[in-house]
Design a protein around this ligand. Structure first.
Ligand SMILES: [Zn+2]
Length: 418
């Protein structure tokens, strides 16, 4: 018994689709449901691949509206980190559950997460039904004497994620940034990630200060430093990359790492430079799109951010053709990075897909891709399916009210609600 979608369109062609075991096992004009299938009527609906949010801190939904409008380091050190020290598993669980409701509503089927108590993130992801790569941040304040303990904590976190996770939550490493970690810890992560074949996510070149500090301390720019400690490879996600220069882009392309750009968070924190996407594309870098945390975006609506991404890059290039809607959507669905792994709605791919109404006003004229990226936002999504399970139908996610109430309780308990 599986899930079948009938009468939908895919790339303008009327198709049927069947999923079994979490995978798309048939898709095409002749595909019909089999006996016992759960059947979704896709009449007047289009199939769209699920969105892949390449960088976020999901549980930070609890921080929405708290300490907004501050510079990055002041925001982190004076406001966020002190509260995070008080957070427990249940805070992270309900903050993540709230994020998952929002992501399901706005079409995100997979996200890459970096947050404390990552095993609670994994449990939330399994209960919500979406996919995620979950990782606890590793920070040792660039103090080698704290490195051993930080690495031991990271190792323990991996075990706890493995216990809490199932088919949907995958573990990874999340060294926070080159400015918050000693070289010893960075080297340890690179080595362990290689041994365990796990992905790594790290913030890189978000601000100009980070670049200057790296040059002062290590005599080289951030991507070269990261390469020297062994962390630049095809298993690495580099979040931000705003201040990367051309030589760094060439190195990243050569090593096969993925850059995940977070245009809205970068704009809100006013980092002063846009990720040089067109240059990165020209040298062959794999790219994804992220929202960054809901404490610093503050939205998890990746489709809206796909529009911002396209507009920013067009303006930066002074060329309206620099990034098309189709390209922006390919990036937002993880199809421009092997590591992010978006494969689209094709035979053998994970059964992670969306249905949108082709008669919705925003999608009723013009091409679907342009409608999705330029005219609509995430609220246009009608149906969200992950691993062949229907998580939203007709815009309704079951159990959302309870999750909102519980998240409010946790935020109040942390003193984050006015
Ligand atoms: Zn981040």
């Amino acid at each position: 018994m599986g899930l079948a979608v009938v009468n939908a369109t895919l790339d303008g062609v009327a198709v049927g689709l069947r999923c079994e075991g979490g995978e798309i096992v048939a898709v095409g004009p002749q595909v019909e449901p089999e006996p016992g299938d759960q059947v979704i009527d896709g009449s007047r609906k289009a199939l769209v691949p699920g969105l892949v949010n390449g960088h976020t801190h999901a549980a930070m939904t609890l921080f929405r509206g708290f300490a907004d409008d501050l510079p990055l380091m002041e925001w982190l050190t004076d406001h966020i980190w002190p509260v995070e020290k008080r957070m427990d598993d249940e805070d992270v669980y309900w903050g993540t559950r709230l994020a998952c409701i929002e992501m399901i509503r706005t079409g995100t089927t997979c996200f890459w997460d970096m947050y404390w108590h990552a095993h609670a993130t994994a449990r939330a992801v399994e209960d919500a039904g979406v996919r995620a790569v979950t990782a606890a941040p590793l920070i040792d304040d660039s103090d080698p004497t704290k490195s051993e303990r930080a690495c031991a904590d990271a190792e323990r976190s991996l075990d706890k994620i493995a216990e809490a996770g199932g088919e949907l939550a995958r573990p990874g490493f999340a060294p926070h940034a080159i400015y918050s970690l000693s070289e010893r810890s960075l080297r340890w992560v690179a080595e362990r990630a290689g041994e365990l074949a796990l992905p790594v996510q790290i913030h890189l070149s978000e601000t100009e200060d980070e670049v200057k500090a790296c040059e002062d301390e290590h005599g080289e720019r951030p991507a070269f430093y990261l390469d020297r400690v062994g962390m630049l490879g095809p298993y690495t996600v580099l979040a931000h990359g705003c201040w990367l220069d051309h030589a760094e882009l060439e190195l990243i392309a050569e090593r096969g790492a993925t850059v995940v750009t977070n245009p809205v968070a970068n704009l809100k924190l006013a980092v002063g430079r846009v990720f040089p996407y067109c240059d990165a594309r020209d040298v062959g870098i794999e790219v994804g799109l992220g929202t960054d945390g809901p404490g610093s975006n503050n939205s998890l609506d990746l489709l809206s951010d796909a529009k911002t991404f396209a507009l920013l890059q067009k303006n930066e290039a002074r060329d309206p053709a620099a990034v098309t809607a189709t390209e922006s959507l390919a990036i937002a669905t993880g199809r421009r990075s092997g590591l992010l792994g978006g494969r689209g709605v094709v035979l053998g791919a994970p059964a992670d897909f969306l249905l949108v109404g082709v008669d919705d006003p925003e999608l009723s004229l013009g091409t679907l891709d342009a409608g999705l990226v330029y005219a609509a936002s995430g609220s246009i999504i009608d149906t969200t399916v992950v691993a062949g399970r229907v998580l939203m139908r007709g815009g309704v996610v079951e159990g959302a009210d309870e999750v909102v109430a519980r998240a409010r309780e946790r935020a109040a308990g942390l003193g984050l609600m006015r």
